[in-house]
Design a protein around this ligand. Sequence first.
Ligand code: G
Ligand code: MN
Length: 558
Amino acid sequence: MREPRPEDVPKPGPWLRAADGEVLLPSQDGKESASALLTADGRVLRVDANYADVLGVNALPDLGTSWPDTLPAMLIETGRQMFDELTGAERVDRIVPLLASDLRWARLRLRRVQDLEGTALVLVQVDDLTSPDRASLVAQVIRDPLTGVFNRRALEELLALPGRWTERYTGVLAVDVRRFRRVNDVWGRAVGDACLAEVARWLDSLTADNDVLIRLADAEFLVLLSQSSPVPQALTDRPSRTVTVGEHAVQLSLQAGLASSGPLPELAARAEMALSEAKRSGWRTVVAWSGSLAEAADRAARTEEAVQQAVASRAETVHFQPLLDVVAGRVIGVEALVRLGGAAAGVPASQILQASHRLGLTPALARRVYRQALRDGLRLREVFPDCQLAVNVSREFLSTGLAVDTLLAAVAESGVPSREVTLEITEDVATGLSAQLLQTELAKAAAAGLAIAVDDFGRGETSLALLRMLPLAAIKLDRSLLPTSGDDQPGWDFVAGAVALLSRITPVLVAEGVETAEQSSRLVELGVARQQGFLFGMPAPAEHWLTHPVAFPPPEPE
Ligand code: G
Ligand code: MN
């Protein structure tokens, strides 16, 4: 390397021609653009005097140097790729980050040209795109037009840099505006846009010099954090602001996910994962990424994928489990339980329901399951006459307001009398569902003749207030309350107490999860003759029950 000399200054004047015949004008000297002329095999013939300045390298290259080696170290590989691409193209154009003392951006253009003698050459043009004031369309490729901060494309270029260049970013903060959709819905897009520009200014005002602010999408931003960046602490201390747009005062509140230590691409992904957790929690402001978050997210993603595949391939089946009156000695009901095969085999029902709800698959899946349950339920009446057919309705499906109509349609279509159908809800419907929706839906079901049972009582958020409000036909005591050993006196005292209360507030009390003859007879002693559990039969397809009797009466305990 050496200092520039006057003869290095090229005059890539009208003697250069592009393939399309265009005559290229001399390049302009300045801080923002420079050019170099290369032989067809990529050796430097001439360079502009400002070539080194624009690229941020120390000195002008020697003539004859292979062109990629004239670039800053982080771009040498990119330069080689570009030159290779030029073999099959007239021109190659890229926007690349330059991480010198601060973050800069350049556009590199390679173009095949000829001089007047017809010698094939390559013209390199370098434009500095760093200044946010540059209004050119090219500069906009890496900037978000609304807020002026860097965009997703800029992030991708940075993530593509070899790791050691991005080590200066020791953390990533993913930021989102709480319930931003509502701002758009309530005040309109124009106000929403103004708020986003304000959020960008707000975040920018918190950043340190070497932090990089990026808008990813909608109201989501990423901050690449330099060592000891003040942004995470500043947001933790003060996550809300009132923004005035015209005559509207909009309260904006931020949530964030923080990832620290690791390579940049991982940091970015982890920060977003932590942000999702913050949003799921609702109340948390800054959530730090951890390994257990990743495991949970991974599991949830695998479940969703499996459920999606299974529902798409209609891999659902309906199993039935009998419910007995062990004193009267007869089967008084069967409960229909959905099972997913294929990729989702073995996933617990509660997870299937939540995943299918998140994926928007519940209405279609439920319609098919209810139809199947009722069609099979009709056939089971041959072996189990005078039985209630119980169908589970999830809280998630109830929340759509479609559940009862869907079930009633399936009942009507099947020919099973509606008074022989029980709708089972879990007591957790008390949380996360409006009391009004719940009452309307269940009143509709009751009016159509369905019996309503509360399932898994005692496991979740037990609400006596809810029980009082519902048109209740039965309560099923959750299996977690059943002691596994006859010696567990406190456990059995607890069951006795629960039974004393529940038998006064429900016409029918059922014990679930009965697995041993001892449990069964203790329950009978406590006055609970209606029982369901593995002791009498595992959930099985209708075919099984059409050909196999129920294990009844259960063997007496020794
Ligand atoms: O929440 P609900 O009661 O609808 O759940 C029924 C589930 O309980 C079914 O998946 C069924 O396999 C399971 N189950 C039924 N009987 C027993 C039992 O005796 N023991 C255990 N551990 N699980 C049971
Ligand atoms: Mn149930």
